[in-house]
Design a protein around this ligand. Structure first.
Ligand SMILES: Cc1cc2nc3c(=O)[nH]c(=O)nc-3n(C[C@H](O)[C@H](O)[C@H](O)COP(=O)(O)OP(=O)(O)OC[C@H]3O[C@@H](n4cnc5c(N)ncnc54)[C@H](O)[C@@H]3O)c2cc1C
Length: 397
């Protein structure tokens, strides 16, 4: 299918306003805080400013106070939001809340939408998504899920161990994947549960120190010990959790790519401005061939990543199979964004690794993207398997 490379008129205007808001309001806060915001009051202040600028919640349906953009239009606005590490937080379209909002819109009951989606969409609360477990549990291979939920009178009891749960600290609720049938290693039998903060059976036992720091709330290790939830805490249908995870993860992969592509563009702008003013060996750095090659390669990576994101968005908007194009976009973007930030830092010389520019921070922030939302190797494995299956099927006809 031909991919339309231009946003619709509403998204084009929203992208313009978002670009202005991020440069004028968010970047100064980001630079003053080294790219990392820790106070909830500051998060709320930024979100209030985004609301006043009319750019808040671009992805959420209008009945929940958002702009209701489809995936293709989101690409243009999220990229502008991602121009600052704090832009997505300001617009309330950062991970993991944005992916959780998408899933709640898709599968929550009307009562669950009122209780969980509405406060999340307005920025009144935050959330987290708890799937990954320490070995031997779920990681790249989600079917290894070991956290269990068993029926008790009036509800379910969840027991298990999760880690790397982004935003868990301070979240109003968690969406928790637990096994309700089958055994670890089997691809069926998971269910999603909505667990309120304050449930005595859900505890954060550690804040994990990581390379990245800008995702609000950090990453937590959690224990579920006799965590009892009522029947209406089940999100969607019992035993359909792996299918719902795909509902969340496909679009979430694409939106992660959009946001990080914004940072790649910012890094390129910083590097090009530096190369245009720095004099070396009798000319501007920007006129020396090897610097030009890095600038050009950055531009090629950015353009290719943008095109692959739009291809994935077109497939997601059509509602048909999108696993192949989201895997291709995710793998390419995660690696391209790293290359762009790394080259940009190189162009800036010692300045690049200093705290005077945020390139070192960007590099630390983008590296884990090659691991979360599926490591590059897992995606390459599934891409290759699909290609082989397709050719096998063609040859068998
Ligand atoms: C910063 C950060 C934030 C995160 N946030 C969340 C969150 O909010 N919620 C949540 O549930 N999880 C979260 N995660 C966890 C993330 O989803 C997992 O780290 C990811 O799924 C990989 O699982 P794992 O770490 O257990 O690695 P493993 O499954 O142990 O894989 C290790 C390595 O094996 C290799 N590999 C994988 N598949 C293949 C293959 N088919 N062939 C060959 N090699 C392969 C890859 O190199 C991979 O890195 C986060 C992780 C990070 C780093």
């Amino acid at each position: 299918m031909a991919v339309d490379l231009t946003p619709g008129p509403v998204a084009a205007e929203l992208a313009r306003r978002t670009a202005r808001f991020v440069r004028d309001t968010v970047v100064p806060v980001e630079e003053a805080n080294g790219g990392v915001l820790r106070s909830d009051d500051e998060r709320r202040e930024l979100q209030a400013a985004a609301r006043a600028a009319g750019v808040f919640a671009p992805h959420v349906a209008s009945e929940f106070g958002g702009h209701g953009l489809d995936m293709r239009d989101r690409a243009f606005v999220f990229e502008e939001a991602g121009y600052s590490l704090l832009g997505p937080l300001a617009l309330n379209c950062a991970a993991p809340d944005e992916g959780n909002m998408h899933m709640l819109e898709a599968i929550a009951t009307p009562a669950q939408k009122e209780q969980y989606l509405r406060p999340l969409a307005t920025g009144g609360t935050r959330s987290c998504f708890a799937m990954t477990e320490p070995a031997p549990g779920a990681g790249s291979d989600a079917s290894a899920l070991t956290t269990k939920a068993v029926r008790v009178p009036g509800g379910w009891r969840i027991d298990g161990h999760k880690w790397f749960i982004t935003g868990a600290d301070g979240a109003g609720f968690a969406i928790v994947m637990a096994r309700t049938s089958g055994a670890p290693g089997e691809a069926g039998g998971a269910t999603m549960f909505l667990v309120d903060a304050g449930n005595p059976g859900m505890k954060i036992v550690r804040h994990i120190e990581t390379l990245d720091e800008s995702l609000f709330g950090g990453h937590a290790e959690m224990v579920f010990d006799n965590c009892v939830v009522p029947d209406d805490a089940v999100l969607g249908e019992v035993d359909e959790g792996f299918a719902y995870a795909r509902v969340r993860l496909g679009p979430a992969r694409a939106t992660h790519c959009m946001r990080w592509l914004g940072i790649a563009r910012r890094a390129q702008d910083i590097a090009v401005r530096r190369a245009s003013t720095r004099e070396l060996f009798g000319s501007r750095l920007a006129e020396l061939g090897m610097a030009q090659q890095m600038i050009a390669d950055n531009e090629i990576d950015i353009a290719a990543a943008h095109g692959l994101i739009l291809q994935a968005c077109a497939d997601l908007d059509l509602g048909g199979p999108s696993g192949h194009s989201t895997s291709i976009a995710k793998t390419f973007c995660a690696e391209a964004v790293w290359r762009v930030v790394d080259r940009s830092l190189q162009i800036c010389g010692a300045l690049g690794v200093s705290g005077d520019v945020l390139l070192g921070r960007f590099l630390r922030e983008v590296r884990p993207f090659r691991i979360y939302d599926g490591p590059s190797e897992t995606h390459r494995w599934t891409i290759a398997r699909r290609v082989v299956r397709r050719l096998d099927a063609e040859d068998a006809r």
